[in-house]
Design a protein around this ligand. Structure first.
Ligand code: CUA
Length: 338
């Protein structure tokens, strides 16, 4: 026996609603870019809490509005009434009107209160834990890499190592001649801009060992997409040992600063083997041997090439040249291995 028209319409609408709700639920279940990353710092936790509160309220409003819309479409349909005849006219319902005015005010007040309660811990995680002494790391955005400078002078690129459970003050900035970049590791907190001539601070407390990835969040030029960053959170003693060793190594003969700089800053445009990519081939290029020429190009750029290291110190340029001479000094590529 066929279903009556009304029941059939209802069944179709219910199916459509079910299908519509299935897709986002599947995406959310698989974290297909639909739900935020799991927070691993107090700042990120406060951001996620706020996100979920607003999501819950807006989802409830969405369901309320769409279900009453569907209900009204079905309940007050024309039922074959001629188009020229008006349907029943309904005017005024004081209680209902008070409710839909008052409720949104209460919801917005609840969101504002919640955000103001959470704001301090987004900004400063030390209020959320009894953490040890503070470590300051300078984070500089350049076209197209992130350079990290530790208190003992050690330099890292794109790969920031931090101790677990210790408050870190990230001093985010860039050279006066740079464009703007934005530092962002989603599971560790919000974005913070690297602005020429300004130092922005971000306090960070990573709670768990692990690797957390991020991306420059400000469109900054042709290789913006290659401006990835990674935070490696290590146990405090391991971090202390590493940073000490790295600082000493970079001052001496066994420095890996040249390799770090080549792979982080130069290879993204010139190719890992200096074979040429967006930028020209550098294998066997005379500039590899020319300290002054190399420095000029690094500091001031040339043609399409940005000022890749406008404020690098001599140590870093020397280390880079040593690495380049070893690996790309002759036509045809690597001569020094590794
Ligand atoms: Cu730096 Cu986008």
């Amino acid at each position: 026996m066929p279903l009556p028209v009304r029941a059939r319409t209802l069944a179709v609408l219910t199916c459509l609603l079910g299908i519509a709700l299935t897709f986002p639920t599947l995406a959310a279940g698989d974290n297909g870019g639909f739900t935020p990353k799991t927070p691993e710092s107090p700042g990120a936790e406060a951001i996620i809490d706020t996100f979920y509160l607003i999501l819950a309220l807006t989802a409830a409003i969405f369901l309320l509005v769409t279900s009453s819309l569907l209900l009204f479409i079905v309940r007050f349909r024309s039922r074959g009434r001629p188009r020229s005849t008006e349907g029943p006219q309904v005017r005024g319902n004081t209680r209902l009107e008070l409710a839909w005015t008052g409720l949104p005010v209460l919801i917005l007040a609840a969101i504002a209160t919640f955000v103001f309660i959470k704001l301090p811990s987004i900004d400063n995680p030390s209020s959320a834990s009894a953490a040890g002494s503070e470590l300051r790391v300078t984070v500089k955005g350049y076209r197209f890499y992130w350079q990290f400078e530790y208190p003992n002078g050690a330099i890292g690129i794109d790969d920031l190592r931090l101790p677990v459970g210790r408050v870190v003050d990230l001093a985010v900035t860039t050279a006066p001649t740079e464009v703007q970049h934005s530092w962002w590791i989603p599971s560790l907190g919000g974005k913070i801009d690297a602005i020429p001539g300004r130092v922005n601070h971000m306090k960070l407390l990573v709670k768990k060992e692990g690797t957390y990835v991020g991306q420059c969040a400000e469109f900054c030029g042709i290789q913006h997409a290659a401006m990835l960053a990674k935070v490696e959170a290590l146990p405090t003693s391991e971090f202390d040992g590493w940073v000490k060793k790295e600082g000493t190594a970079q001052r001496g003969k066994a420095s890996d600063l040249g390799a770090i700089t080549w792979h982080g800053a130069c290879s993204k445009c010139h190719g890992p083997q200096a074979q040429g990519y967006i930028g020209p081939k550098l294998q066997g290029n005379p500039i590899v041997q020319d300290r002054q020429g190399l420095e000029t190009v690094i500091r001031y750029g040339r043609g399409m090439m940005p000022r890749v290291g406008p404020d690098w110190d001599a140590k870093q340029i020397d280390a880079l040249q040593t690495y380049m001479k070893q690996h790309f000094g002759q036509q045809g590529g690597a001569s020094g291995g590794g």
